[in-house]
Design a protein around this ligand. Structure first.
Ligand code: MG
Length: 372
């Protein structure tokens, strides 16, 4: 089998709000083969930037567009192709958008391999650790405390046993931040786990102080309180705080995760399969975490392609306690898959269909497609 084409397709809502909401656009990657099998992947990046990484013409030996590096190649050679892409864009790559763009192609390769063999991807990854994963509802804070409370209650009513909220307005007013966490805890009740995503808003000393103020509300983890480059701050925070510190969603390279774990001393490793170079690389990062006795969870705030691929990862590693399930209701989040991934009694089943196990809705793709 040979790869015959790679298309990078930008999807976007017609109107976007300026807030930290990854459900408003996406880059869909479609890889076609000479056998007729088509694989799909996703990139969580700035869609047009990542599309350029894929479509760019050859500039020189180590600055080539990704599609030129994989067309004509065997899709089963996933390790070789990962390295070929990495080396082929070394000049502008190694971190950020280039690795993020590689994720879309890598995920599509896994989709193709699974479809060709009639098997779900987790089986090709050697998975079997779990058939379902406990999910947490992941959302942005409400517009005010009452709205935040309503959102948490709705997710608990939907069966979630863990709820995370985050980003704006956390970081603007310490007393209001405590009110936000108190509101979440009161709405969730004593038995539901409450997770807080601070959204890069503090310096280390503020984060240490806030982690102590949140102790009354028994939060499960405190996510990304610091800028991702502040490794020394992460170390000081992790050593001072009793709560678990989670981070990793801004990272795209294995080396950055090693830094976060070994220098930043984080407690929970968050890998986004649409940012770190796909499943091929995500599994390696997950095992680096496992070697250090750390849990590895997904980061997913985009579509069911991301969630499906994450489920295949979490089924294939020993150290995966939770699934991030984005509960925001953007049409790209909820309508891209013909049969959206469901949460039942707080659990999500690992897809059993061939490939990633997600069939896409062509009408939705056409509706939100941006002609570039
Ligand atoms: Mg986050």
């Amino acid at each position: 089998m040979k790869i015959t084409n790679v298309e990078a397709i930008v999807l976007s809502l017609p109107e976007k709000r300026e807030r930290t909401d990854g459900t408003q656009d996406m880059l869909l990657v479609k890889v076609t083969t000479d056998s007729g099998i088509v694989g799909y992947g996703e990139v969580d990046s700035s869609p047009l930037v990542a599309k350029s990484v894929i479509d760019a013409p050859v500039s020189h030996t180590i600055s080539r567009g990704l599609r030129h590096l994989v067309i004509g190649q065997d899709p089963f050679a996933y390790e070789y192709l990962w390295d070929r892409m990495y080396q082929g864009c070394l000049y502008h790559g190694r971190r950020g958008a280039a690795i993020q763009a590689m994720s879309g192609i890598d995920l599509a390769l896994w989709d193709i391999m699974g479809k060709a063999l009639g098997m779900p991807v987790y089986k090709l990854l050697g998975g079997g650790f779990r058939k379902e994963v406990r999910a947490y509802a992941s959302a942005l804070f409400g517009d005010d405390l009452a709205h935040t409370s309503d959102k948490v209650k709705r997710y608990v009513d939907d069966g979630f046993t863990a709820v995370k909220m985050g980003w704006e307005p956390m970081g603007r007013d310490p007393d209001y931040d405590v009110q936000l966490v108190k509101t979440m805890r009161e709405a969730a009740g004593p038995k539901v786990d409450v997770l807080v995503d601070a959204g890069l808003c503090w310096d280390a000393k503020t984060a240490i102080r806030m982690a102590r103020r949140f102790e009354d509300y028994d939060i499960f983890w405190l996510e990304e309180p610091l800028h991702p480059d502040n490794l020394e701050g992460y170390r000081r925070l992790s050593e001072a705080a009793s709560v678990r510190i989670a981070a990793g969603e801004e990272e795209s390279s294995r080396a950055s995760f090693v830094d976060l774990m070994d220098r930043g001393k984080i407690d929970v490793v968050q890998v986004d399969v649409t940012r770190v170079g796909g499943l091929t690389e995500a599994k390696k990062i997950a095992y680096l975490a496992h070697d250090r006795g750390l849990p590895c969870v997904n980061h997913s705030f985009t579509t069911d392609i991301n969630i499906a691929a994450s489920l295949h990862l979490l089924a294939s590693i020993p150290n995966a306690p939770l699934l991030e399930f984005c509960a925001e209701e953007s049409p790209l989040r909820t309508q891209l898959a013909r049969e959206p991934i469901q949460v039942l009694d707080g659990m999500v089943r690992v897809p059993e269909g061939p490939g990633l196990g997600v069939e896409l809705n062509e009408e939705v793709i056409e509706r939100y497609r941006v002609r570039t």
